[in-house]
Design a protein around this ligand. Structure first.
Ligand code: CO
Length: 429
């Protein structure tokens, strides 16, 4: 049966427009503004009852609803994905080839970055010219992406790696992941000067950058009947997009307040000023309450009775490796969102929160699956347990099934995009 690819294409386009976490937030803000959301001003309640707070790779957006002081429904996800980040002093020439030094961000599947046309995108911090600000010390961040494929990490030829058949591909994060980007004539172009030219500032004004490589190939729909979506960063822009879609959908007629919180740095532990393991969410939420004139006591009471859905991708059962999965908890691509359980609290789901999500989905006619990790393998985690402990609110961990998690190009079922979006809207309602 062919499923409607519209939602998967919308997600694919969101991903194509969002090569880094900074771009994901910028794209999300554009979507929110088109739907009447306004940037949060802590000194007054938002006139439209829809607001967002944004900084770097973080976005917190909400709809006040008919009763803004009631307990709310929350969804949280992460904007970052594993990738290759450009070092502060990246210039190197080896064997007559210019290369850029990179550092691996998060738990990337290194092999997936080989032999791809790589783009470059992120944030560049420049000196504000002293004439425009009256001071020599101001800085400005520029969101930037290169509009052409630029880099490549070539794999070693099989003739020069004869053991690969026996021991598999072995990649060293320091030595083997350095992308090629030119053949220098004379001294070659220093990266900082090249960047300055791209963004049209003086070379001396480029101070620092947060730049990452990304797979230049856009999303595609594949399979005998168009069943699958292939794209970069499905983990976790799928959840970010589903949350945005749902928040915008309920904005018109929400009874209760609804919140979407998107954080950076999940792939490296979340304990940063922009991570889920920071005081940022409680600070922003409290500022919202005070802007609305909600007494602190009623706010704390409402928060305690709220519920959070922590959204991150789930492992579908891999048909080539079924033995890697818990035999009673196989997860089917196209089978609907998976609730993630872990007795050791790697996931924050409790019977109460799982029950709530199941009943919400049953009412909306959406199938639900249940994930539990093998006992003989270390289980991953999410921002769910971090936020549950920060905010002290009951939490359920949920995610759409996918294959190739942390690859430069991942895969999921088209049907799951639709079901995830619908389940999030039902959760908010
Ligand atoms: Co994730």
């Amino acid at each position: 049966m062919r499923v409607d690819p519209a939602a998967a294409h919308s997600l694919g386009e969101f991903i194509d427009r969002s090569p880094t976490q900074f771009h994901a937030v910028a794209t999300a803000v554009q979507m929110l503004r088109q739907s009447g959301f306004q940037e949060f001003d802590p000194s007054e309640p938002s006139a439209s009852g829809r607001a967002y707070y944004q900084t770097g790779g973080v976005l917190i957006a909400w709809v006040d609803g008919a009763s803004p002081d009631r307990p709310g429904r929350y969804i949280a996800a992460h904007t970052d994905s594993p990738n290759l980040r450009i070092r502060p002093r990246p210039d190197m020439v080896t064997a007559g080839i210019s290369q850029l030094g990179v550092e691996v961000y998060g738990g990337a599947l290194l092999n997936s970055w080989l032999d791809r046309d790589l783009g470059l995108a992120g944030r560049i911090t420049v000196r504000e010219s002293s004439t425009s600000t009256g001071s020599g010390s101001a800085v400005r961040d520029i969101l930037w992406r290169c509009d052409a494929p630029l880099l490549r990490v070539p794999q070693l030829a099989i003739h020069l790696d004869r053991e690969i058949g026996d021991r598999g591909l072995v990649l060293d994060r320091q030595r083997h992941m350095t992308p090629i980007w030119g053949i220098p004539d004379g001294k070659g172009v220093p990266f900082g000067a090249w960047i300055a030219e791209q963004i049209d500032v003086e070379p001396g004004d480029v101070l620092a950058w947060d730049l990452a490589c990304f797979d230049f190939q856009n999303h595609s729909i594949i399979g005998a009947d168009g069943e699958f979506l292939c794209a970069a960063r499905l983990d976790n822009l799928t959840s970010c997009f589903a949350g945005l879609d749902a928040l915008i959908e309920v904005a018109e007629d929400s009874e209760r307040p609804t919140f979407l919180m998107l954080f950076d740095h999940e792939e490296v532990g979340s304990a940063t000023s922009w991570g889920a393991d920071s005081s940022l969410p409680s600070r922003v939420l409290e500022l919202r309450a005070s802007a609305l004139g909600i007494e602190r006591q009623s706010w704390l009471r409402a928060l305690g009775s709220s519920v959070l859905l922590s959204a991150d991708m789930a492992h579908a059962t891999h048909p080539n490796y079924p033995e890697r999965h818990e035999p009673s908890h196989h997860i089917a691509l196209g089978g609907g969102p998976a609730i993630k359980y872990n007795s050791n609290e790697r996931y924050a789901t409790s019977s109460t929160t799982a029950g709530l999500f199941k009943s919400v989905c049953a009412d909306a006619g959406i199938a639900v699956q249940e994930y539990s990790h093998r006992g003989d393998m270390a289980c991953g985690s999410t921002i769910g347990p971090l936020l549950a402990s920060q905010l002290g609110i009951p939490t359920v961990d949920v995610g759409a099934p996918q294959l190739s998690m942390h690859s430069a190009r991942e895969m999921m079922a088209v049907a799951d995009v639709q079901m995830l979006n619908a389940s999030f809207a039902a959760w908010y309602r």
